[in-house]
Ligand binder design. Structure first.
Ligand code: NAD
Ligand code: IPM
Ligand code: MN
Length: 356
């Protein structure tokens, strides 16, 4: 039976970058990939159409899908809405609804982009890190949360950093198994010197490590990890951390690859049903200008082929096409450097299609 892909273009540059991935997908379909495609709004687009960022229409299609491709959500016009109506809440809601607790963000430097990074080429060349970010817990979802008036009559904002043992265990298994398939080194990032939640995290990781004697587990405080990521990033193989630290460290790691426009992601449930999206946002500053880098989205499609459809051949075909286009010297503005050819978002998509 053919697999079901749901496409969520989202907001800002979302529709532009998703259109490029769609071109790639259409070639794969013409060559025999057996999938059916549907489309739905998420985020601001869904608010505009249905009055909610993750409306029932989208929920039904998302629950029925085998895999989902998302552009990005959000935009300044939605930033003053009530929180439950904001685009970002729609994204958090779909992650939670589908139990997509394991977020994989691979930071790989393509050799052609060694000079596109703001770091020295020798610091980043050969870089290949996998960041495993827990995605459905932590301070993002902990209750209570809100803004209230305290006993002194002053307003205060509050959130709760919280992890249940089962949530830590399941992401630990994902991370250890990912490390087993790679360089067998796992660095768990925490703030155990200050926060009980992450001290507990560290304790559980140490326990789970006994089931993976072939993986070398280390622990690092998040402030040091941020520093080490720019000092000597190649010391890392797999990094695993909670939702908020993972959000921040993965944006930081993206710059090691040349641009945030290069960093794909997969958000998986226990059965490898997944939502695939670039790690970046809707980039309102360049939306509608055909300037965005679509490669993170196209590489997210490759991750879909690999993780949800178990089709390593098709995944490599897409990744090799991206490499070929970079080798030809084509660059969107974010990764442009002298001596290369600057191309638009849609021209980059066309070039990847041509290289498939
Ligand atoms: P952003 O990632 O959208 O943009 C940060 C900077 O990176 C901008 O200068 C932008 O132009 C640039 N950039 C991002 N993606 C790019 C690409 N593909 N090609 C070239 N340049 C790119 O982050 P932000 O500005 O902090 O947030 C903008 C909006 O996106 C907010 O509403 C935010 O909530 C939302 N957001 C959504 C997601 C998501 O949907 N997963 C992720 C992050 C932020
Ligand atoms: C990301 C984004 C989201 C997050 C926001 C938009 C809710 O920054 O996917 O990294 O914080 O998880
Ligand atoms: Mn983020």
């Amino acid at each position: 039976m053919s697999k079901k892909i749901l496409i969520l273009p989202g907001d800002g540059i979302g529709p532009e970058i998703v259109a490029q991935a769609r071109k790639v997908l259409d070639v794969l379909i013409a060559d025999g990939l057996d999938v059916t495609i549907s489309e739905a709004p998420l985020g601001g687009a869904a608010y505009d159409q249905y009055g909610a960022p993750y409306p029932e229409f989208t929920q039904n299609l998302a629950r029925a899908a085998d895999a989902i491709l998302l552009g990005a959500v959000g935009g300044p016009q939605y930033d003053t809405l009530d929180r439950p109506l904001r685009p970002e809440r729609g994204l958090l809601a779909i992650r939670k609804d589908l139990n997509l607790f394991a977020n994989l963000r691979p930071a790989i430097l393509y050799p052609e982009l060694a000079n596109a990074s703001t770091l020295k080429a020798e610091v980043v060349s050969g870089l290949d890190i996998l960041i495993v970010r827990e995605l459905t817990g932590d301070i993002y979802f902990g209750q209570p949360r809100g803004i209230r008036v305290n006993a002194n009559g002053e307003r205060e904002g509050f959130n709760t950093m919280l992890y249940a043992e089962s949530e830590i265990r399941r992401i630990a298994h994902v991370a250890f198994q990912a490390a087993q398939k790679r360089g067998k080194k796992l660095c768990s990032v925490d703030k155990a010197n200050v926060l009980e939640t992450t001290e507990f995290w560290k304790e559980i990781f140490t326990e789970v490590a006994k089931e993976y004697p072939d993986v070398e587990l280390s622990h690092m405080y998040v402030d040091n990890a941020a520093m080490q990521l720019v000092r000597r990033p190649k010391q890392f193989d797999v990094m695993v951390t909670g939702n908020i630290f993972g959000d921040i460290l993965s944006d930081q790691a993206s710059m090691l690859t040349g641009s945030i426009g290069m960093l794909p992601s997969a958000s998986l449930d226990q059965n490898n049903k997944g939502l695939y999206e670039p790690s970046h946002g809707s980039a309102p500053d360049i939306a509608g200008k055909d300037l965005a880098n679509p490669l993170a989205t196209i590489l997210s499609l490759a991750m879909m082929l690999r993780y949800s459809f178990n089709d390593e051949t098709a995944a490599l075909r897409v990744e090799n096409a991206v490499k070929a286009v970079l080798a030809k010297g084509l660059r969107t503005a974010d990764i442009y450097e002298e001596g290369t050819e600057k191309v638009s978002c849609s021209a980059m998509g066309d070039a990847v299609v041509a290289a498939l």
